[in-house]
Design a protein around this ligand. Structure first.
Ligand SMILES: [Zn+2]
Length: 507
């Protein structure tokens, strides 16, 4: 069995998804989870792009130790220097340099001749090699690149010291057989290709990302790049969890395996969807809510007689547990602390105290608190940026009647620690609340997106709201979870504004 290395780019390509912006604490928590999940390499960010990204990469590099941490750089010295500085304390750092090689990108974007592109690529790989043992080089838009040119440039960058050659389908244009053939051609025609790992990186614009990744592996790729839940620019990237489970389930057919810890899939997926606000569709392979639900009578009957009739993946394989009933009203501090340890959380004493308080409040309203509820509480507390001054909700009230105009009253304390209270109306309850908040909040705030989901099932499920906002011209996301839909909506809005304040301080 050949091991296929997994290069996760959730924190870089995934974070570039429209509307997604993670704060440093979230990136760090996600990095720790990716380490538990067992990825071989994680691309932690693009250090030259902003101070915030630089700091996040640095912090991740200093925290995770069992995974190689990569930073992305354009083929310019300043980007490479930023990666060098951000990854200085990494146990196993990797530099990832990219340059476009397709005619359209070279001519219109880079405004360079093919010869100049080769020269720059070689020069920058050599430059990077002074600081890094592992240099990955990507031919951006490889799948639309002339094969002879690709062969030539790859040979030269390997000579210059590149240890991984990545051939992305940047615009998600290629078909599986075509993409596979490119790998085969490179494998057969680049004389020094045995000195480097071949890697694929696929986008899902035509829905081919996973099939293309498999085709690349069939033809010699030993590294697969992708993201959790397939998030990423436009239609997203190949889903790593789908790739890993496909290889596992079909190991009778393919002689490949990954080192991913499959029963960490559910948790990793939940964390990504919570942090990014990109909800996983119910019918998504492997991680969708319905992936294991059998609805039709014939299927149910078959599964009851023998699960294998219709079930090729067991929920347990990917870490979905049906019996996750946990704590209730009478659970004490001790049971609670045990449980959060069991769930893999490592919180300082003051945060445990805060979490226990939130848990007790929840048990007043909800009979059974599930793993999913705890996950919501704990991640909120873990990634809370409360050490900065912020808006804090005291109380709110909504008047709603189906024939009246809704009105809302909100009182909160602002970042200057002043208590403020105001009232406004709107065409719905949420709008009335948000109009009131806008009157109180000092920053210029606009709502651009609003999503409401439930955590878990049943009448007493928690509500989770994700919002996208612009705060003083900057785009941020916010989220809130509460027993009540309106409270979750208010919390999400305030969370977004508070994050904008936090980011302003961090940069
Ligand atoms: Zn990409």
């Amino acid at each position: 069995m050949t091991q296929i290395k997994i290069f996760d780019t959730t924190l870089r390509d995934g974070e570039q998804s429209p509307g997604v912006n993670l704060n440093q604490l979230e990136k760090l928590e996600l990095a720790k989870q990716l380490e538990r999940f067992g990825v071989d390499v994680m691309e932690a960010g693009f250090p030259a792009s902003s101070k915030g990204d630089f700091e996040a990469v640095k912090q991740i590099a200093e925290t995770v130790k069992n995974v190689s941490v990569a930073g992305l750089a354009r083929a310019v010295k300043s980007d490479i220097n930023a990666c060098r500085d951000a990854l200085i304390n990494a146990t196993n750092p990797r530099l990832h340099i990219f340059i476009a090689t397709s005619p359209i990108h070279m001519e219109y974007k880079l405004k360079k001749t093919p010869e100049e592109v080769i020269e720059t690529a070689v020069e920058m790989v050599e430059y990077g090699k002074q600081f890094f043992d592992h240099v990955e080089w990507s031919a951006e838009d490889a799948s639309r690149t002339d094969l002879d040119f690709l062969t030539k440039i790859i040979e030269k960058v390997i000579d210059a010291g590149a240890t991984v050659i990545n051939l992305p389908d940047t615009v998600g244009y290629t078909m599986p057989r075509e993409y596979g053939a490119m790998f085969k051609y490179i494998k057969e025609n680049v004389p020094n290709i045995h000195k480097a790992d071949l890697s694929c990186h696929c986008h899902d614009d035509l829905g081919m990302a996973l099939a293309n990744s498999v085709a690349a592996v069939e033809n010699g790729a030993t590294q697969v790049e992708g993201t959790i839940n397939g998030i990423g620019e436009r239609a997203g990237n190949a889903s790593l969890e789908e790739f890993a489970v496909a290889l596992k389930i079909r190991n009778d057919y393919y002689p490949y395996h990954t080192n991913l810890v499959l029963n960490e899939i559910k948790r990793t997926s939940d964390m990504v969807s919570k942090f990014t606000g990109m909800t996983v569709p119910g019918n998504k392979a492997v991680v969708g809510r319905n992936a294991f639900a059998h609805e039709s009578g014939i299927h149910q009957d078959g599964v009851l007689k023998n699960a294998q009739t219709y079930e090729i993946i067991t929920p347990e394989l990917v870490g979905v547990h049906s019996n996750n009933l946990v704590l209730g009203k009478h659970s004490g501090r001790h049971a609670f602390t045990d449980k959060i340890k069991q769930l893999g959380y490592d919180l300082p004493e003051d945060k445990i105290k805060e979490a226990f308080k939130a848990f007790k409040l929840l048990t007043d309203r909800k009979k059974e608190v599930t793993d999913e509820d705890l996950f919501a509480i704990l991640t909120d507390i873990q990634t809370d940026t409360s050490n900065v001054k912020r808006y804090k909700l005291d109380n709110f009230q909504v008047q709603y009647g189906s024939n009246d105009q809704p009105s809302a009253t909100v009182s909160l304390s602002n970042p200057n620690n002043e208590k403020v209270k105001d009232t406004s109306t709107g065409s719905g309850s949420v709008e009335a609340l948000y109009n009131t908040l806008d009157q109180i909040i000092l920053e210029e705030t606009h709502l651009t997106d609003f999503q409401l989901n439930s955590i878990g099932q049943g009448r007493d499920a928690l509500a989770e709201v994700h919002v996208s906002l612009t705060v003083d011209g900057k785009t941020v996301s916010g989220r809130g979870s509460a027993q009540d839909v309106l409270e979750a909506a208010v919390q999400a809005y305030l969370n977004g504004v508070n994050r904008a304040i936090y980011q302003k301080k961090a940069i």
